[in-house]
Write a protein that binds this ligand. Structure first.
Ligand code: ADP
Ligand code: MG
Length: 402
């Protein structure tokens, strides 16, 4: 099946196969599937970081980071400000030299190569277009430097402008375009180089929310249609979750978790990841071990709020270890009134989120819980200040290393 809108022209080696072919189930045989798309074997990842480190003075900005990105894959590097995302990207691009480790692109060691000799293009938050050149000449700049004849590079520029949905902008100057339009031009210019890997550093950070959401969808579409390999840095976890095939979660220079969005959301590596990627309800405690006589792998932990049981614990937890119990707000419910079961708390706040309602409650000891439930499941009579009992669904509760 060929999907409407699939454009063979811009993939490396011609990705004329449908998007579905690129997205066949992973990970088994992923590289083989990708190689079939290109009609040749691709023995290497498009990008590989091998134990890369980079310090500035005493500060380890990137600390022993390893990462493989397959051809045609969209990987987001996500983490709070200062976690090393930009430095990681600059090491890939060749704007920084690592103190240790290697950078490989299409299997070739480029660690010692300057930026202009690496097969990558970067899209920055600041667009970085040439203000005195037309949009067409901005896009055709890379091809011109490579000696592509004028007619050919202009034709490519027009095609790329169609791809980024700016068909009439060729003759205009960047200064005549809005921020969102300039970022589309910057993307077209990066694609014109047909790099092995496209790098993005918070490319939508300067745009307002509506435009940002629109461009997120656009970027994802273009990445799929072109079969390009994207490494996309953002501090915005919603953006990363909505766009990427896999996330690399960075904290203090290290990748603390690497996985698909659902792996990271449903099985966060630790309490820090759990709270970074969403409103995790977190209760500290001590790991007890398997529930007595438990046959289905249930485990228990003792907390200030009593004993909690969960469907699973992180691998390697020993009895007595300090843990945090993490429950997603979608799996946390508040029951009205008193009663013996659940954790007693007082309802704090009720906020309507379209079809869902977000509730918060607080225990006498100050632990805060968030519950997100379909609007119709929330008892209408309950108002802030009322007693509730907090239920953490054992099937989705996890005990993670502190
Ligand atoms: P992020 O992009 O995740 O916000 P950065 O990679 O920019 O993080 O920065 C990681 C750490 O390295 C920060 O502590 C930052 O201050 C430091 N750092 C980054 N670049 C430099 C530099 N050129 N000189 C000194 N310190 C730097
Ligand atoms: Mg940054």
């Amino acid at each position: 099946m060929i999907l409407p809108g699939v454009r063979p022209a811009w993939g490396r080696g011609g990705t004329s196969l449908p998007t579905e072919a690129i997205r066949l189930p992973r990970p088994a045989g992923e590289r083989v599937i990708v190689s079939l798309c290109y009609g040749r074997r691709v023995p290497h990842p498009a990008l590989e970081l091998a134990s890369v480190s980079k310090s500035f003075g005493a500060r380890r900005a990137v600390d022993d980071v390893s990462l493989e990105v397959a051809a045609g894959e969209f990987v987001a590097i996500v983490g709070p400000s200062g976690s090393g995302k930009t430095t990681a990207l600059r090491l890939i691009a060749g704007f920084e030299q690592p103190d240790a480790g290697a950078v490989r692109i299409d299997g070739r060691d480029v660690t010692a190569l300057p930026a202009e000799r690496r097969d990558v293009s970067t899209v920055f938050q600041s667009y970085a277009l040439f203000p005195h050149l037309s949009v067409r000449d901005n896009i055709a700049y890379g091809p011109r430097v490579r000696g592509v004849p004028r007619a050919e590079r202009n034709r490519q520029a027009e095609e790329l402008l169609e791809l980024v949905q700016l068909p009439d902008a060729a003759g205009r100057r960047p200064g005549e375009l809005s921020g969102g339009q300039q970022q589309r031009v910057a993307l077209a210019r990066a694609l014109a180089n047909r790099p092995s890997v496209l790098l993005f550093d918070e490319p939508l950070g300067a745009l307002d929310r509506t435009l940002r959401e629109e461009l997120q969808l656009e970027l994802r579409r273009i990445q799929r249609e072109t079969g390009s390999t994207f490494v996309y840095v953002t501090h915005d976890q919603d953006e990363a979750f909505g766009m990427a095939d896999r996330l690399a979660v960075m904290r203090e220079g290290r990748i603390v978790q690497l996985g698909t969005p659902s792996e990271v959301y449903d099985r966060p590596a630790d309490a820090w990841v759990a709270t970074f990627v969403g409103d995790g309800n977190v209760v500290p405690g001590v790991f007890v071990g398997p529930v007595d006589g438990g046959t289905d792998g249930e485990v228990a932990a003792d907390t200030d709020l009593g004993r909690l049981t969960a469907a699973r614990a992180a691998p390697g937890l020993a009895p007595g270890a300090r843990i945090v119990a993490v429950a997603r707000p979608e799996r946390t419910t508040f029951a009205a009134g008193g009663g013996a079961d659940g954790i007693p708390a007082v309802l704090d706040d009720v906020v309507a989120l379209g079809p869902r309602t977000r509730l918060t409650a607080r225990t006498a000891g100050g632990t805060r819980f968030v519950s997100i439930v379909p609007r119709e499941e929330f008892a209408a009579g309950v108002t802030p200040g009322d007693q509730v009992r907090v239920h953490l669904d054992p099937a989705s509760l996890a005990f993670l290393p502190e």
